[in-house]
Design a protein around this ligand. Structure first.
Ligand code: E4P
Length: 217
């Protein structure tokens, strides 16, 4: 299972990369806007991220028409070979996904809230689909149920498209995604660090260190 980090903050990305467990990065306009407040341009942020992580880096196109998406996608893909273009699950978006595949540009179809949106994105040739589980949970719908259905559909038809679980809020989303066989989970830095946490690990370390004090010479 691949771990991506869902942030445009280069300090968090550097920390996460230093763990040796990071396979890629996802960004979106909201995450970029938080960093742009610090005086960096969108392009500078992306270039810095590409220096830090050698894996798929998702950057979002914001046009909603085919020509605009194609233009943005080509510009983004030209920044670095690891850039994957995020495109919303709308008809113009999926037309672009198909055309970009023919040009060899990888895509991540985003804002997926139903298994049939994911099915269409896979048929269009998306590299990744991003079901947003937390935002679905927020409106009392089962985010992880959607992921289970997408994984099943992709297995049924042997799609090569990878299921990238997004809008992750807590470690249970990561656990459930792993149990369902999702290919990738993208998570905020906070959730990545929460995965390490267990009170018995802390208590165990404290006791071992105390006992070691008694035996060391
Ligand atoms: C996915 O790639 C998105 O960037 C992200 O997971 C959205 O998460 P949010 O619902 O916490 O904004």
């Amino acid at each position: 299972m691949k771990f991506f980090i869902d942030t445009a903050n280069v300090d968090e990305i550097r920390e996460a990369a230093s763990l040796g467990l990071l396979d890629g990065v996802t960004t979106n306009p909201t995450l970029m806007a938080k960093e742009a407040d610090k005086g960096k341009t969108f392009r500078q942020i992306l270039e810095e991220i590409c220096e830090l992580v050698d894996g798929p880096i998702s950057a979002e196109a914001v046009s909603l028409d085919f020509e605009g998406i194609m233009r943005e996608a080509r510009e983004l893909a030209a920044i670095h070979k690891n850039i994957v273009v995020k495109i919303p699950a709308i008809p113009e978006g999926l037309k672009a996904v198909k055309a970009l595949k023919e040009e060899g540009i990888r895509t991540n179809v985003t804002l997926i809230f139903s298994p049939t949106q994911a099915l269409m994105a896979a048929k269009a040739g998306a590299t990744f689909v991003s079901p947003f589980v937390g935002r679905l949970d927020d409106v009392s719908s089962g985010g992880m149920d959607m992921v289970a259905q997408i994984v099943r559909i992709f297995e049924n038809y042997r799609f090569e498209t990878e299921v990238l679980v997004a809008s992750v809020r807590h470690p249970m989303h990561v656990l459930d995604a792993a149990l369902m066989g999702a290919h990738v989970v993208t998570m905020p830095y906070k959730v990545l660090m929460q995965l390490f946490k267990h009170p018995l690990t802390d208590v165990g370390i404290e006791r071992f260190l105390k006992d070691w004090e008694k035996v060391k010479k």
